[in-house]
Write a protein that binds this ligand. Structure first.
Ligand code: ATP
Ligand code: MG
Ligand code: MG
Ligand code: MG
Length: 469
């Protein structure tokens, strides 16, 4: 079996052989972009290179980039446990050309790597192109020999990439793998495309235009390439699995969770194990990059992730804190590729233990209240906003934890009601809020960090990050 570690190495090595500088993953907290909550793709560290503001000693690069999509514009938190292909933390393998090669070579590289180096069967692959991008369609025909029905034209923004409201933009082309008719889901662009039969593995972005503030688009004199391939999705294919969670790295974490809880990995708590495995990765990597649980901004996203995982641990009957016990398994799987995990292991363990122990009794009591209130709702009911707010305010339940808990029963939360209860409370009792004890905990985190501080501290700030309530 090709391990995830081998796949990462083979990918980087292919592009190194083809004149690309192998550049390290940047941290999950973007260094120079306060508008972005977490690094969510490979191109983030190269933004200023693409716009020409920054020069690097190379014009081609390749990376394995840590990504988190759990807040802000890209948020896959609610997909975890429900699709075979989404994580909050994942690795994006990519190749980049800064005004060097363009579409022709980008497509040639992708096709060669997939079908020669990794020997994927050609007839399992199909691609999408932007509806107006005749060049890309013609190149796929010529280079890959794909028939027209496997070059699907898409006219939505899914296949037109933009860095922001202005700046570089251009069409993109996504490569899909067909896992076969036994899995539900239709090809890209079809009404049932959201299934997991056709899985997008690689996105090639052709940065071709510059969008001006006035809305005009001009061709870039030296167009660029940005690509991203999901390592977990690709590993699933190469390891003969359909589901990312059955690949080596994630499976090892699921087995660790099964062992620690005594619940069968493939039994009734299958989904809980997946959520735990996924959230353990994002939690650990975020802590290693200097994020600590808190009530605002990035720290609150981390707290939400951890608390969601803790609810699943609780459902599996874990009597003690669970996540911290799984850290050694994660370090075994990923520590060689990401030495920051090894350096921060003690801090990760202590942070998780503290956060879990602190929340456990609240969680238990809050879940009791939630069960009572949920019972009252009957089938498919909506939980009143003030109950969700009480869970938030008194028991520390992030809104999405409550939503996640009810979703399994086909129920939902009155979000507008929650928000108005929150606004009310803020107005009424600022003083009481400030004295609720969270501030003291904050100090505790920073003490802990000082004591164990094995990480590079990355300008964590408590100001609200994009998209947060
Ligand atoms: P999808 O449509 O499946 O949500 P995407 O179009 O949002 O994927 P991109 O932004 O194009 O994804 O990211 C490039 C690649 O990164 C994808 O082709 C996929 O292989 C991988 N990827 C994206 N999101 C995730 C995720 N949440 N978990 C695992 N891999 C992901
Ligand atoms: Mg997506
Ligand atoms: Mg997509
Ligand atoms: Mg995509």
């Amino acid at each position: 079996m090709t391990s995830s570690n081998d796949i990462r190495a083979t990918f980087l090595d292919y592009f190194a052989r083809n004149g690309h500088a192998v550049v390290e993953s940047s941290p999950l907290v973007p260094r120079n972009d306060p508008t972005l909550m977490f690094t969510n793709s490979g191109m983030v560290q190269f933004k200023n290179v693409f716009t020409g503001q920054e020069k690097r000693p190379y014009s081609r690069a390749t990376t394995a980039q840590k990504c988190v999509r759990a807040g802000g514009k890209h948020n896959d938190l609610d997909n975890v446990g429900y699709t075979a292909r989404h994580h909050t933390f994942f690795e994006m393998l990519g190749n980049f050309s800064f005004g060097d090669y363009f579409k022709d070579q980008a497509i040639t590289h992708a096709w060669t790597l997939l079908t020669k180096d990794f020997a994927l069967p050609k007839d399992k692959l199909l691609v999408t192109v932007y509806s107006e991008d005749e060049d890309a369609a013609a190149l796929w025909r010529k280079i890959a020999g794909l028939p027209d029905e496997r070059i699907i034209r898409i006219s939505t923004s899914d296949n037109f990439w933009r860095m922001g409201d202005t700046g570089p933009c251009g069409p993109c082309s996504e490569i899909f793998y067909d896992h076969g008719p036994s899995i539900p889901g239709g090809p890209p662009g079809s009404p049932d495309e959201d299934g997991d039969r056709f899985i997008e593995i690689w996105n090639l972005v052709f940065m071709q235009f510059l969008e001006e503030p006035a809305g005009t688009r001009n061709p870039l004199p030296r167009p660029s390439i940005d690509t991203g391939m999901g390592l977990e999705r690709f590993a699933a294919i190469l390891q003969g699995k359909h589901d990312n969670y059955d690949t080596d790295t994630l499976r090892a974490l699921i087995l660790a969770s099964a062992e620690a809880t005594g619940q069968d990995a493939d039994g009734p708590f299958r989904i809980s194990h997946r959520v735990v495995a996924d959230h353990l990765r994002s939690g650990a990597f975020l802590i290693a990059d200097g994020v600590l649980p808190s009530n605002e901004g990035r720290g609150y996203v981390l707290r939400r992730i951890l608390r969601r995982a803790m609810r699943h641990a609780q459902m599996m009957g874990a009597k003690d804190a669970l996540l911290y016990r799984l850290v050694p398994a994660l370090v075994r799987q990923m520590g060689a590729a990401y030495p920051e995990l090894v350096r921060a292991e003690a801090l990760i363990i202590e942070t998780l233990k503290l956060e879990e122990n602190r929340f456990r009794s609240l969680l238990e009591r809050g879940l009791g209240l939630l069960a009572e209130e949920s019972e009252k709702l009957g089938e498919k009911g909506t939980l009143p906003g003030e109950v969700a707010f009480r869970l938030y305010d008194t028991y520390g339940f992030p809104l999405d934890l409550t939503q996640d808990a009810l979703r399994g029963e086909g129920k939902s939360v009155d979000v507008a009601g929650f928000e108005s209860a929150m606004a009310e409370q803020r107005k009424r009792a600022r003083a009481a809020w400030a004295g609720s004890g969270e501030a003291a905990t904050e100090t505790l985190w920073f003490d802990l960090k000082e004591k164990l501080g094995a990480t590079e501290f990355l300008g964590y700030s408590t100001e609200k990050a994009e998209g947060e309530i």
